[in-house]
Design a protein around this ligand. Structure first.
Ligand code: ACM
Length: 516
């Protein structure tokens, strides 16, 4: 009786298991699903088994490689429980070799990755290439590698040879922390997410009508007053200089440069509310928490305005190891054109005085451009072509294709649609060098996808708007257009769904994709 009841239970259990289990997931080799798609991938037979006794082999005198080895361990430890030993490289060593070879004549972001049963080798001319090779290995490991808790997964890396390098030098995203404030924890997650897709720049929009978000020691009311609200009237916030420096370092450790933006002469209500003297009528404005644009302007013909900007740019330049400061310049509808032009010229000179180069939104082209000033195309192709005629390179952020705050479709609960709806296919199917007559490949420094945050309040909101579009923008910037096609990409993105889930990314499950 007893035995038969057990076997009856077992039979029921078996039936339930069979009935309830999902249909077997279609499997496709991880090597076929990489995003961004590498220049060349050759699959081989066999695989490398990552295990607790795998060693990371490096030139131990190279501090950058030591750091990269540490980073690799930090990535794999939560899911595997492994802390791989870091050893001096020897010719016959098994395990994972991280090699910087400065005789390699390619971009320091290029890398080769070879994997066989005994060894994994990443070789690059610079640390960035090693870092990107690590990101590729990450995508070749099972999705469970992204989990924050340990599992007994078989950690294999399929045998292959990958040769890879980026198409565009500048590959970025912008995060607006002015409309709604996002602090260091969220910004670090954003850095982690974009670095996974081999982006190398985070443009931080640090000031706007609704808030001033960076401590400026010589003008303390910017944060005492100007940071204390945001869209919708919340309490806002700001980054202290210490927090900002920590973010710059966190980003640098992931081969990301932070470009800080102080938007001017418009988009400045937070500053105008903080200091009466920046207004032409010497009266401080009220703090603002709506979403109109184009109503504010610094007083462009007062000396104090340039004293203010000299201080702000000096402090910001001191916090910025990167070459560029972004000076905004967009939608200055409350500034007369005859005031706007000399203003933007003076500010470029202040940036130069403090040892940096300027980036401006495409309207900056109306002014004289300093050598190496970069224009960021967002709305006006005529401005962008004018910038090119003045010798500038472009960052391509066409709002109708690349704005991460645009709704996916008319049912999206978050986002705006003044530049259109941007479904995942619209986000992917454009070529920066073939979008506007007069903008050619050689005029383009790179591609940036900006996220404005008028309607974005939480990190979950950020993730929902940014994913799954951002991997596509990363690929547009990394993979030459001739090697890209939507029909092929959308399959890879479908297989990328479980990866994003494992990364706890709250992505928009677009119906355009057959999610796995
Ligand atoms: C912008 O979207 N105003 C640059």
């Amino acid at each position: 009786m007893r035995f038969s009841s057990i076997s009856f239970s077992a039979a029921v259990l078996l039936l339930l298991t069979v009935a309830c289990s999902e249909p077997a997931k279609e499997k496709r080799a991880a090597i076929d699903n990489l995003i961004p798609k590498p220049s060349s991938v050759k699959a081989d037979t066999g695989s490398f088994q990552l295990a607790a006794n795998t060693t990371l082999n490096i030139d131990t005198a190279n501090l950058e490689l030591k750091k990269l080895a540490g980073y690799f361990n930090t990535l794999i430890k939560p899911a595997t429980g492994f802390e791989l030993a870091v050893k001096p490289a020897a010719n016959d060593s098994t395990g994972i070799d991280l090699i910087i070879d400065t005789t390699i004549k390619k971009s320091p972001e290029a890398y080769t990755l070879s994997i066989n049963g005994k060894k994994v080798t990443i070789k690059a001319g610079g640390g960035a290439g090693v870092f990107y090779g690590i990101q590729t290995i990450r995508q070749l490991l099972p999705d469970a590698i992204e989990a924050t808790t340990k599992s007994e997964t078989n950690w294999t890396i399929p045998a292959a040879t990958i040769v890879d390098e980026p198409s565009y030098e500048y590959r970025g995203s912008m995060l607006d922390i002015a409309r709604h404030f996002f602090g260091p924890k969220d910004i670090k997650r954003y850095i982690d997410l974009i670095s996974f897709y081999k982006m190398n720049t985070l443009h931080l929009h640090l000031s706007d009508d609704q808030g001033w978000r960076i401590e400026i020691k010589s003008w303390p009311k910017l944060t005492e007053i100007g940071s204390t609200t945001q869209v919708g009237g919340g309490k806002g916030g700001f980054l202290s200089q210490e927090e900002y420096k920590d973010l710059v370092q966190y980003a640098a450790d992931r081969y990301i440069t932070i470009i800080p933006e102080i938007d001017m002469p418009g988009h400045t209500n937070a500053a105008l509310a903080s200091y009466a003297e920046l207004n032409c009528n010497d009266t401080a404005t009220k703090l603002y928490s709506g979403i109109e644009v184009g109503f504010s302007t610094l007083c462009t013909n007062k000396e104090v305005t340039y004293k203010f900007l000299d201080d702000v740019i000096r402090e910001l330049a001191a916090l910025t190891p990167g070459k560029y400061l972004h000076i905004g310049g967009d939608e200055s509808h409350a500034t007369k054109k005859e005031d706007y032009i000399p203003f933007m010229e003076k500010v470029q000179l202040l940036v130069k005085k403090h040892g940096k180069l300027a980036i401006g939104w495409d309207e900056v082209a109306n002014s004289k451009l300093e050598p190496n000033t970069v224009a960021q195309y967002w709305a006006d192709s005529a401005n962008s072509v004018m910038a090119i005629s003045k010798g500038a390179k472009l960052i391509m952020s066409p709002a109708r294709k690349a704005y991460l705050d645009m709704q996916y479709d008319s049912t999206s609960k978050l986002g705006l649609h003044w530049a259109g709806y941007i479904e995942v296919d619209t986000a992917y199917t454009w070529d920066p060098a073939n979008l506007e007559p007069g903008i050619k490949r050689e005029n383009i420094w790179g591609v940036e996808a900006p996220l404005w945050t008028e309607t974005i309040v939480t990190m979950d909101d950020i993730e929902y708007m940014v994913f799954p579009r951002l991997p596509g923008y990363a690929e547009i910037a990394w993979t030459p257009t001739a090697s890209r096609s939507w029909d092929e990409y959308k399959v890879r993105l479908g297989y990328h769904g479980p990866r994003m889930k494992a990364m706890q990314i709250d992505y928009y499950p677009s119906k355009k994709i057959d999610w796995k």
